[in-house]
Design a protein around this ligand. Structure first.
Ligand code: FAD
Length: 341
């Protein structure tokens, strides 16, 4: 291992460029890939290198231009029928082969269910490090080192992790944390179609059928308006009021962990360190005290409105607008006003 590591140290300068894994499912690009392109653009500009989106799939050509419009200089496009559906073996092999061949300096992957499966396997195959679940990325421009920040010790501190002696430097990034660029249809870029060396025997698992869950899950990550309820609701029926305000705004309902733990609402609504990280235009926190683990998931919202009857509640320290009062009095008034708009 020591000898391998020494060899890698010698070769670092051979690695150039920032890559973002463009995750698609059934031909639909995941929103988080656009966020990663926005972040990748900043990193690539600081390093003075190209930003590439790496797209794997079968006949998903339409996505290539979308990736360019959202910031990629180049799309590395692996098109193969065995890549139609995500498989751990197939996608790991193709991405690891591409990195070995083209030697990217930085690889960023969304911390989605697929990204969390894929990234560690690619990193292990390349004998490099991986920082999982980052909430902030930056660059030490002089050393060309990626500064990868993520919560540690139960969210009590933010750790910045580096991979100085290995390449590529790999991170998964929490969905909803980074900001996508505005779509610019006049942007131009290159689509590089690559050969795919993949055979049936490379895949130990085959996808026979994809069955969509009948249960509607809430899409907090992409929502522009979120109305969240906490323990201050006093019971599950309080979420009906939250839903009413969310409906009036065209938004969705979120919650604190206390409300989820009490069984008032399902976990897919939870915002925070052990829930979703969100970045809506407006986040309305009702009866939520503002514990650090909750703030970790929503403090980057564009506008935060807090309704709490305790004027000293910590949520007010991050709120753009604070209303001290009983949510059962304030929220119906808000609904009435919003309906007038
Ligand atoms: P409380 O802290 O009890 O606050 C209730 C608030 O409601 C109070 O401020 C009160 O003044 C107000 N209130 C009461 N009645 C009314 C009323 N009628 N009108 C207006 N205001 C009213 N929490 C999360 O939210 N998300 C996470 O992902 C998360 N992850 C965690 C991970 C770990 C490892 C740990 C240890 C904790 C985590 N927590 C998380 C829990 C977190 O520490 C808090 O316990 C939780 O956020 C508290 O939820 P709350 O604000 O709803 O409840």
């Amino acid at each position: 291992v020591e000898r391998e590591q020494k060899e890698e140290v010698k070769d670092l300068s051979a690695y150039k460029g920032v890559w973002v894994y463009a995750e698609q499912r059934q031909g639909k690009l995941m929103f988080t890939s656009l966020e990663l392109l926005g972040e990748g653009r900043k990193l690539a500009d600081k390093l003075g290198v190209e930003l590439s989106a790496v797209l794997l799939g079968h006949e998903v050509d339409d996505i290539c231009q979308e990736l360019i419009h959202y910031g990629a200089d180049k799309v590395i496009y692996a098109n193969h029928k065995l890549l139609q559906n995500y498989t751990t073996d197939g996608y790991t092999k193709v991405i690891a082969d591409l990195i070995n061949e083209k030697k990217s300096e930085i690889v960023i992957i969304g911390a989605t269910n697929i990204g969390r499966d894929l990234a560690p396997r690619v990193a292990a195959r390349l004998n490099t490090g991986l920082t999982a679940d980052c909430t902030k990325l930056d660059i030490d421009e002089e050393q060309r080192i990626l500064l990868q920040t993520r919560p540690a010790f139960g969210g009590n501190l933010m750790a910045t992790i580096v991979t100085p002696n290995h390449r590529p430097q790999m991170s998964t990034v929490r969905p909803g944390v980074m900001k996508k660029m505005e779509k610019d249809e006049s942007r131009t870029g290159v689509v590089e179609k690559v050969d795919v060396n993949l055979h049936d025997e490379d895949l130990r698992v085959k996808v026979e059928e994809i069955v969509k869950s009948a249960k509607q899950t809430v899409n907090l990550v992409e929502a522009q308006y979120i109305v969240s309820g906490g323990r201050g609701l006093g019971g599950p029926e309080g979420f009906k009021l939250m839903q009413e305000l969310a409906d009036a705004l065209g938004g969705v309902v979120g919650s604190s962990r206390a409300a989820v733990d009490a069984g008032w609402i399902s976990h897919d609504h939870q915002v925070g360190q052990t829930g979703k990280t969100v970045r809506p235009r407006v986040y309305i926190a009702c009866g939520i005290s503002g514990a650090i683990q909750h703030l970790a998931g929503m403090q980057n919202s564009d506008c935060i409105i807090a309704i709490n009857k305790n004027p000293d509640a910590p949520i007010f320290s991050v709120a753009d607008y604070g209303i001290v009062g009983d949510l059962y009095k304030v929220v119906p008034m808000l609904i009435e006003e919003v309906k007038k708009l």
